[in-house]
Design a protein around this ligand. Sequence first.
Ligand SMILES: *[C@@H]1O[C@H](CO)[C@@H](O)[C@H](O)[C@H]1NC(C)=O
Ligand SMILES: *[C@@H]1O[C@H](CO)[C@@H](O)[C@H](O)[C@H]1NC(C)=O
Ligand SMILES: *[C@@H]1O[C@H](CO)[C@@H](O)[C@H](O)[C@H]1NC(C)=O
Ligand SMILES: CC(=O)N[C@H]1CO[C@H](CO)[C@@H](O)[C@@H]1O
Length: 205
Amino acid sequence: MASIYALLFVLLLSIYRTEALKTLVVNITILETAMEKEAVYLDGSAPAFRFHSGTGSGVQNWLLHLEGGGWCSTVSECLNRTNEPIGSSKKMPLNGSFTGVLSNDPDMNPGYLERNFSGRVGLAAILNCDKFRYFLPIDARVKCICDAGFFINVNTIAGKPEIKELYERVVSLHPIAIAVGDWFYEGSGFQNTDCPYPCGQKFCH
Ligand SMILES: *[C@@H]1O[C@H](CO)[C@@H](O)[C@H](O)[C@H]1NC(C)=O
Ligand SMILES: *[C@@H]1O[C@H](CO)[C@@H](O)[C@H](O)[C@H]1NC(C)=O
Ligand SMILES: *[C@@H]1O[C@H](CO)[C@@H](O)[C@H](O)[C@H]1NC(C)=O
Ligand SMILES: CC(=O)N[C@H]1CO[C@H](CO)[C@@H](O)[C@@H]1O
């Protein structure tokens, strides 16, 4: 009986501890200058990030977190995203909570003080790790952690090739997005397939 009470006590204590954990609230920073470099959200709004500086022994270390879920595979799905934080910085909450691996509470995040520069997300971490490396001092230690992004090309339990179809949609939609971007920013030959002036003005189509 005593051990049951002890267990209950530990359980209650851990519930209390979980609730007592501090939440780190961090404001948004909107990077208007990046728009000159054509780095924009899906809806054309300026890119945004949240930054909280390290402390103590972690002051020189960085943890870069890329938000996952960047794919949209149809025009309507992509359009819908322009109304969500994932597709528009205008829709991002002004402040957001840093929890889990981003938390500054050692109880919630034991590795906090040792954090080093790393990216966490699926494919974006795999595809961009070398690019991040390139921007950093040669002696910086870089780790990229991929916590998602592996898709096995097999049918679902219901017998449907969902992953294959999703990839097909993403791959066929993507060149359209590049073409529209190039056309808008007068970047490449896509404009040459456009109709001539006066129809050639931006947003004319
Ligand atoms: C976050 O934004 C709010 C509202 O604009 C402001 O009152 C607060 O001082 C900001 N916090 C920090 C840490 O900048
Ligand atoms: C887009 O949003 C509308 C309204 O919420 C919803 O009915 C529709 O299913 C969404 N379309 C896609 C492709 O997600
Ligand atoms: C976060 O921002 C909302 C408004 O967007 C505000 O009501 C709330 O007080 C803010 N929270 C903190 C902790 O700053
Ligand atoms: C956990 C880990 O790799 N920590 C390293 C982070 O980077 C600093 C140098 O900036 C190293 O001293 C740590 O060992």
